[in-house]
Design a protein around this ligand. Structure first.
Ligand code: NAP
Ligand code: F7E
Length: 321
């Protein structure tokens, strides 16, 4: 039987936790890279800690990546680690580039050095489309990023393609549109809304302060999206894929669904706060997942409404405990 060993950077994040679960269920030996912190941040993977192996490393430290790969000897690397919150990329643009852009080159160079047969997945983003040049966005749509995060991800995408073409690596770029879950970070808008709704419902808070309610996103469920990451590395040839639902919703629709589910009127609680308006906005994202459907046989299973209700229920349960 073929050896199945995965190395996941960003395993403590939302996607890392779902991907680790998926790969364990497929019989993989799973290694995760973690950076040191003074507090415990293993909440999302606490239920699988006895099944995975963690190795210290940081995308800023080339040597740590090389020695982690030598230790794990993976057949597949999933590079999910990044500074992933768009507003922070304006506050810390240089650090964002170091993690999210140059970090990809460090990982690719480490693979070239340790074992060029390793298959490599790069977590690219719909933020690369930014001020969209085409609707819907496909693999052929040109990029026009609107944040330092989007610019860094575009670099990560192109360096992945370049290493595939220059060195014949099995390196793929998954261009994933927004995907959410009860494990989403609290600062991202879906989770901020479902956590806010739960707090108001339970009398822990009275209002929810938000920015641009007219922004449109193509939102899917993270559990569905990690399946696509895995599928990309199981193909005969490496290629890049858009992963999306093909449907777009406004932030206002998200708010309505979440408040309705809790039996409340959003207009009584939501306040607009200019602090959450971005220096440059991505107004409309809608992906075309036709290639992923045709070539990978991938399709999302959880609808937007189901996911938002699941997130509200999860936050109510968590805050009631
Ligand atoms: P997330 O929850 O923010 O997780 C990010 C992970 O990266 C965390 O495990 C974090 O570790 C780790 N990390 C950050 N900087 C690091 C560094 N210098 N060295 C090592 N690890 C580092 O992100 P996510 O939502 O799971 O997203 C996963 C990836 O997909 C990211 O690259 C993101 O940019 C990309 N992406 C996400 C979406 C989405 O909608 N979720 C869409 C497209 C692309 P700590 O726990 O130590 O902070
Ligand atoms: O914002 C608007 C905001 O922060 C979505 C990351 O995973 O997906 C994510 O990036 C929209 C924006 O995600 C608030 O202006 C309104 O238009 O949830 P978000 P994002 O910026 O789309 C992409 C694909 C990634 O790759 C990223 O890593 O919601 N919005 N009011 C708000 N957003 C936030 N965070 N907070 C608000 O109060």
């Amino acid at each position: 039987m073929d050896r199945k060993v995965a190395f996941i950077t960003g395993i403590t994040g939302q996607d890392g936790s779902y991907l680790a679960e998926l790969l364990l269920s497929k019989g993989y030996k799973v290694f995760g890279m973690v950076r040191r912190a003074s507090v415990d941040k293993y909440e999302r993977i606490s239920h699988i800690m006895d099944k995975i192996e963690l190795i210290q490393g940081d995308l800023l430290d080339q040597y740590s990546l090389i020695s982690a790969l030598k230790k794990a000897q993976p057949t597949e690397v999933y590079n999910l680690a990044a500074q992933s919150f768009v507003p922070t990329s304006w506050a810390q643009p240089v650090l964002t580039s170091e993690f999210t852009a140059i970090g990809v080159t460090r990982m690719l160079e480490s693979i070239r050095l340790v074992d060029p047969k390793i298959r490599f997945y790069q977590a690219s983003s719909s933020e690369m489309y930014g001020k969209v040049l085409e609707v819907p966005q496909s693999e052929a749509t040109p990029f026009y990023p609107r944040s330092p995060y989007g610019v860094a991800k575009a670099y990560g995408h192109y360096i992945t393609v370049n290493y595939r073409e220059s060195y014949n690596l099995f390196a793929v770029s998954g261009i994933l549109f927004n995907h959410e879950s009860p494990r989403r970070g609290l600062e991202f808008v879906t989770r901020k809304v479902t956590d806010g709704v739960a707090r108001i419902k339970l009398g822990l808070s009275k209002e929810l302060r938000l920015g641009n309610l007219d922004a449109q996103r193509d939102w899917g469920f993270a559990g569905d999206y990690v399946e696509a990451m895995w599928l990309m590395l199981q193909q005969d040839t490496p290629d890049d894929y858009v992963i999306a639902t093909g449907e777009t919703r406004t932030v206002k629709e998200l708010v309505q669904i979440a408040f309705d589910h809790a039996g409340m009127d959003w207009e009584k609680h939501v306040k607009l706060d200019p602090a959450f308006i971005r220096p440059a906005e991505v107004d409309l994202l809608i992906g075309d997942p036709a290639k992923a459907k045709n070539k990978l046989g991938w399709a999302p299973k959880v609808s937007f409404e189901q996911m938002i209700r699941m997130m509200v229920d999860s936050d109510v349960a968590r805050l009631s405990a």
